[in-house]
Design a protein around this ligand. Structure first.
Ligand code: C2O
Length: 541
């Protein structure tokens, strides 16, 4: 492959949206940020220069970072943040990777405006496994705040409870005509009647998941999270933040203008939400200018049935190398809970039920980030920054799984800690993710860094090994899985990439509350299976 060089300047930019001028953080003064284009197996080098007064890092979401864990990007996990005025160069190879992925900031809530697409074309001479589309377009779904998102996160940590919803949903940064002052702040694709388009859908939302649909047009999914799928045709899709879908859409309707709509999927119970959507246009060339757009039919924000449409239909195009046998059988409960408000608690807000602290946890461990990166601590054998005792089965397994997951256990306390789960090189892992919750159950988009995994099964209610029928033939190969609300998902992967890998809920609020953990994958025996040395310009804390 060849080498692609990019320069990312993290900069503050003034932007006027929703009738108000506001300062946001961007890359190169763009919202969305620049597209990283490459081909399968290429090397990518991105020099990131932080010209803002804040910290920043960039994560290459879905890039497996084979033997390049220092370039992964999550702050305090694989690196210290790039401080104001400093530079860090990310370098990685796109080994056997193709399709659409994304990059985003991985410090505080900066990714609200610091995000963009990664487009990886097949190698020269290798065709797509579908008819070559006439054209392709990138559509990034987002949430836009008029407030400083760093302050929003600080507010959550310091006592603000649940933050306000976004001021607007956006498609490629544009809210569209459902919002104030936004009649002209709308994205549009001009299409030639009869032609087929490849849309690269990316969800970059912060605190909600998203539905997307196009009025009167069928959507055919051909790739998910950068892996080809058997073509699957549907009316609408749901994407959790971090997820990507390549879809084909044919302009086979009457001449006209059609709405493409994006709206939230919010699965938590008892939430009321105005069903407002971001609109863009799928505009037939030759249609009367300013003709009234045909309305898109978006599911309601709490439509749990509509939310599983995509997963119900996703199968890998080819049967991959799904691990048939497993060495490690892990069971993680994920969910929101309330902790007692104690003065030594790092999360000091006491606005949860009964004067408690809102928290989120995996196996009852609410993750706290150290102030040096876990990778640095592991590599340099610095003591006291993390432990290796993450519980493989939940401490209070029976509390959670007796009865429905919605049944509150007696003991709702989670523990705080930087506890990691260590895996020997080559371990074939099966991980059951079970949604629980003493506050509410909710669909959690769980993302694993450094790997894609096969989603071999999922279902509602409590996981029951007796009743589950796994797909070991052609399961989708993904990097983020929306664990169904009150349900479970089963994933499998082989731990063959040494490093320190974050796994977390991609809803930023839940990440702030502690819904994350870290896998440490040890070295293998071969010369190419060792942890790489840190780059010379690695930021210091
Ligand atoms: Cu796209 Cu750790 O995130």
């Amino acid at each position: 492959g060849s080498t692609r060089y990019y320069e990312f300047k993290v900069q503050t930019m003034k932007i006027t949206k929703l009738c108000k001028t506001n300062k946001i953080v961007t890359i190169n003064q763009m919202l969305p940020g620049p597209v990283v284009y490459a081909q399968e197996d290429d090397r990518v080098i991105v020099k990131v220069i932080n010209e803002t007064p804040h910290n920043a890092t960039i994560h290459w979401h879905g890039v497996r970072q084979i033997l390049s864990c220092w370039s992964d990007g999550p702050s305090y996990i694989t690196q210290c943040p790039i401080q104001s005025g400093q530079t860090f160069t990310y370098e990685f190879s796109l080994v056997k990777q193709k399709g659409t992925l994304m990059w985003h900031a991985h410090f505080s809530w900066l990714r609200a405006t610091v995000y963009g697409a990664i487009v990886i074309y097949p190698k020269p001479g290798v065709p797509y496994p579908f008819k070559l589309p006439y054209e392709e377009h990138i559509l990034i779904l987002g949430e836009y705040w008029m407030r400083d998102v760093l302050k929003l996160e600080q507010g959550v940590i310091a006592g603000g409870g649940v933050p306000p919803p976004a001021d607007a949903f956006t498609i490629n940064g544009h809210p569209g005509p459902n919002y104030n002052c936004s009649n002209n702040d709308v994205y549009k694709i001009d299409v030639v009647p009869g032609k087929t388009y490849l849309l690269r859908l990316i969800s970059a939302t912060l605190n909600t998941e998203s539905f997307f649909t196009i009025a009167n047009h069928k959507i055919t999914i051909v790739e998910a999270d950068g892996e080809y799928t058997k073509p699957f045709t549907t009316d609408r899709v749901m994407l959790g933040p971090g997820q990507t879908l390549n879809v084909l859409v044919t302009a086979n309707q009457h001449m006209g203008r059609y709405s493409m709509a994006m709206g939230p999927y919010i699965s938590a119970k008892n939430v009321s939400f105005q069903n407002i959507s971001s609109l863009a246009y799928f505009n037939y060339l030759g249609a009367l200018p300013n003709s009234v757009a045909v309305e898109a039919n978006l599911p309601r924000f709490n439509d749990n049935l509509a939310a599983t449409t995509v997963m119900d239909g996703l199968k890998s195009l080819n049967s991959g190398d799904v691990p048939k046998e497993i060495d490690a059988d892990l069971f993680f409960t994920i969910g929101l809970n309330v902790e007692k408000c104690q003065s030594n608690n790092p999360k000091k807000n006491c606005q949860g039920n009964n004067g408690g602290v809102m928290a989120a946890s995996i196996n009852n461990i609410s993750f706290t980030r150290p102030n040096v990166s876990v990778l640095q601590a592991y590599y340099s054998k610095i003591k006291g920054l993390f432990t290796e005792d993450f519980p493989g089965v939940p401490l209070k397994f029976y509390d959670f799984v007796n009865g429905a997951p919605n049944t509150a256990p007696n003991n709702t306390q989670s523990l705080n800690g930087t506890r990691t789960k260590v895996l020997e090189f080559g371990t074939r892992v099966q991980l059951i993710l079970q949604d629980t919750g003493t506050v509410t159950t909710e669909n959690h988009p769980i993302h694993l860094h450094g790997y894609s995994f096969y989603v071999v099964g999922y279902g509602s209610g409590n996981y029951d090994p007796q009743l589950s029928n796994f797909n070991l033939v052609d399961p989708p190969y993904m990097n983020t899985i929306g664990v169904p609300v009150g349900g479970w998902a089963a994933i499998r992967f082989v731990a063959d990439n040494p490093g320190v890998w974050f796994m977390h809920c991609h809803l930023e609020l839940h990440l702030t509350w502690g819904l994350s953990t870290v896998f440490i994958v040890k070295n293998g025996k071969g010369p190419l299976e060792t942890l790489p040395h840190p780059p010379a310009d690695l930021p210091r804390c």
